[in-house]
Design a protein around this ligand. Sequence first.
Ligand code: NAD
Length: 496
Amino acid sequence: MTLLALNPDVSAFLNAVQGLRIGAEQVQARQTITVLNPSTEERLAQVACGEADHIDAAVDAARLALSGPWGTMSSHDRGVLIWRLADAIEARKDIFGQLDALDNGKPFTKARDVDAVYSARHFRYFAGWASKIEGRTIPVSDPGRFNYTRVEPVGVCGLITPWNYPTLMVAWKLAPALAAGNTIVLKPAEQTPLSALYLADLALEIGFPPGVLNVVPGLGAGAGAALAGHKGVDKIGFTGSTETGRRIVAASTGNLKKVSLELGGKAANIIFPDADIETAIEGSFWALFGNNGQSCTAGARLFVHSSIREQVVAGLVKRAKALSVGPGMDAQQHDLGPIISQQQMDKVLSYVGQGQADGAQCVAGGERIRNAGYFVAPTVLDGVTDTMSVAREEIFGPVMAVLSFDDEAEVLQRANNTEFGLAAGLWTNDLSRAHRMAARLQAGTIWVNTWGDTDAASPFGGMKQSGYGREMGQEAIALYSQTKSVWLGLRESDLI
Ligand code: NAD
């Protein structure tokens, strides 16, 4: 196997013990995190492991920037800086691509051309918003009063992100939070902290005032919990598992900070017999296997009409067997990379075993592959029923559960019979059915004859236990802002 040559900046980055980014400083900590390369199981980098006192220092730095240079900067200049950050990410997309390919394991070309490029676009979209956040003049009933609103930043925002899209998940939160005028303490996932640290350096380099973006890697129970519970933090923006989301809400009650949550999912993807079947197979395949199944929107429950089940399963199996799986930095780029960790791989394989024990048939994959790295063969489980754990719980790996159905009302009820509500989709050529289902499926995003599209301009988020708040689009600006109502007495005679 030949590996892609490392960018010299990436080599230098990996060779130094990376400190926490607090204000303008790199701060070393008492402990370090050993970041592993999941493609090789080898040590990749050593990163300072932040704890509660580091979170205190980062919150202080963020507060200082909020009342100082960032808080007083014009919205125009703020937008220009965010735009510049977008340009800098795009110009260094090779570096972001390599860092994510190394600590997450995903194919370098995907990390560069999708994750890094879409992150840059995200910053660009929100750069435009910075100068367009405005209040309203309200026509109140008393003509002796003038009332208007101001839209202000929430304050110091704690952002906590997962490992599945290390750069992109940071961009989704950071771009609107900055555009709305907040300052940030970011706690990236402990498995994938590299690109977030690099981004902090880039922000300083292009002119962001120190303290606007502080990055404190650490463990969830350490730095993460300290951030969620911190009295000086005004808002938490969190993406991760539903279980952790519950802990964050509990920790937030001390100062009743605002919380927005993007949590887990178990998306239903439905193929009706009137769909263009080959397109539906191809789209449904990538709906699950894109990013190796490690997406919150993965189309993990595939409901196929019983009249076309054999054809669809055969198509899925053919594609699964043709996929190439390998290290993210392999010169011969693969379709899929490894699972993020041994623990996650064991969890994925145990779900496959449980599914078979419950009566599902494993018609593709089902086992660990390659000699080193946490690789699992793309797996298709056929004959899955609603009560099996593989149909109910989020696996977060390359395991597709195929279920069959007979009519629309039945599949709608079964698709909605889940605690999650992040995404759902269907494949049909019946226009009325498409809109009928889109209205009735209980999920924050519905895809019809497509899957996985997101856009900086379009709101994204969950219903039910998949979270609350909407990231992206103008909703994200609202998420990171608060409205103040200002009253003014206009009558000379009336002093109250
Ligand atoms: P996770 O919940 O274990 O960790 C996410 C982040 O939370 C990490 O930074 C972690 O260190 C931190 N954390 C853990 N415990 C904490 C605590 N007690 N207090 C504060 N922070 C804590 O999730 P993960 O395994 O990294 O990511 C996978 C999960 O993320 C999946 O469930 C997936 O569905 C979800 N996800 C959701 C979206 C979405 O937009 N809805 C997107 C990507 C991933």
